[in-house]
Ligand binder design. Sequence first.
Ligand code: CTP
Ligand code: CA
Length: 233
Amino acid sequence: APSENSQLPLAGKHALVTSGPTIEPIDSVRFIANHSSGKQGHAIAAALARQGATVTLVCGPVTIDPPLGVKLVSVDTAQQMYDACMAALPADIAVCAAAVADWRAQSPQDHKMKKQAADIMTLNLVKNPDILATLGHHQQRPDLLIGFAAETENLETNAQQKRKAKNCDWIVGNLVTTSSGADLSDDLVFGHDKNTIILVRDGTSEAWPQMPKTDIADKLVAAMITTLHQKST
Ligand code: CTP
Ligand code: CA
C-alpha cells in the first residue's frame, strides 16, 4: 500500500539544499568565514521535506539543529560543500542558500602561524568553485534551481545579473547591512528569525513583505510546487 508520504506534492522528488556558512582555514587555529546562521536554508529544507521531498541538506558549521527527516551532510569548506553537492546529484530541485566563502587561503598552514615583525601581513587567497553556477551549467542541471543574493546595494539589478550568470531559475534577494565591526546587534537578516526578500524570476521581481524565515520557506516551496506542476503539464 502506498505510504502516507506518496500523496504529498513533492513525493518522489529529490531536493538538494545548501545552508550555513563555509569556513576556510588559514592555519590550524584561524579561518575565514561569512555570517550565516543557516536559519533560512534549514527552514527551506524542512519545508521541502514536509511536502514529501527527499532532502539532502549540505550544511556548513551552524549552531542550529538539522530539521527532522532530511539527509544531513556536514561540511566545513566551500570545496567540501561543492564535492558533497556534486555527489548528491541528480536532484529535481536545488536551493543554494549557503553563504559560501568566495576565497580560501592559497597555502593553509598546519601549525599556528607566529606574528612577524612587520605591521602588515599579506595573505594570498584563491577563488573557490561556484556551486550554484556549476549546477546551473551542469549536464544534470536540476529542473528547478534557486539561488540567493545577499546584497548591500542595488539589490534587484544584482539579483537579476546573478540569475543570468549562474543560469538559475530564481534568485531570492535580500538586503544585508551590518556594522563593519564585530557588533552585529543592529544588523539586518543575519541570525534573525525574520527576513525581507525579493523573488526574481525571468525578468520579473516580486517584493515580499517582511515575515518569519519559516513563512518565507513555506511560500517559496508552495511556489516551487506550482512551477514544477506547470513544467510537467
Ligand atoms: N554561491 C555558491 N558558491 C560560491 C559562491 C556563491 O553556490 N562559491 C551561491 C550562493 O549560495 C548564492 C549565490 O551563489 O545562492 C549568490 O551568492 P553571492 O555571494 O550573493 O554572489 P557571488 O556570485 O559570490 O558574488 P558576490 O559575493 O561578489 O556578490
Ligand atoms: Ca559571494
